[in-house]
Design a binder for this molecule. Structure first.
Ligand code: PRP
Length: 174
């Protein structure tokens, strides 16, 4: 049995929501020294669009995390394979993530970045996918709430495929 892709969120909807998020973030952080930390690989497209929609320049940094679990399930231990390079101490930090699913990744990253003693730490997540949540993580900015489904496109991949598509699709069995 194969899979097909059904468009769930169009380019126009993504662009509109990114602009709204950027406006809110722009208001909330006006006059501050903001460091945005993108979570590789998935968040690179969202982060790139978001920073270009902000009314002021920000510092950008990245982390990369790996979760080791069985098969495609992301359950299990999380490791940092690339850490931040900026000093976060006493700075306003905003994590930028593409999707929260189980919540383990953001929970781990939040604790890790808090240990750097930032002035503030918030989270901006494009997609809040709720069906499999195991750990609740405080999300300060959310693009879209999606109840269920395997999503690809706009940074999200399935075995490294479909990551660069400009829309967000849900994979469905044929
Ligand atoms: C995905 C996604 C999040 C994480 C969410 O990354 O981009 O970072 O999983 O998982 P959780 O909420 O269930 O913990 P993935 O590990 O697939 O890496 P990638 O971003 O490089 O594709």
């Amino acid at each position: 049995m194969g899979t097909t892709k059904r468009c769930l969120i169009s380019r126009a909807e993504i662009a509109r929501r990114v602009a709204e998020l950027a406006e809110r973030i722009g208001r909330d952080y006006a006059g501050r020294d903001l460091v945005m930390v993108g979570v590789l690989k998935g968040a690179f497209i969202f982060l790139a669009d978001l920073v270009r929609a902000l009314p002021f320049p920000v510092i950008v940094d990245f982390v990369r995390l790996k979760s080791y679990g069985a098969g495609t399930e992301s359950a299990g231990e999380i490791h940092i394979t690339k850490d931040v390079e900026e000093s976060l101490k006493d700075r306003d930090v905003l994590i930028v993530e593409d999707i929260i699913d189980l919540g383990l990744t953001l929970d781990f990253l939040r604790q890790h970045l808090l240990s750097h003693r930032p002035r503030s730490l918030k989270i901006c997540c494009l997609i809040d996918k709720q069906e499999r949540r195991e750990v609740e993580v405080p999300l300060d900015y959310v693009g879209f709430v999606v109840e269920q489904g395997f999503l690809v496109g706009y940074g999200l991949d399935c075995g490294e495929q479909s990551r660069t598509l400009p829309e967000i699709f849900v994979l469905e069995k044929k």
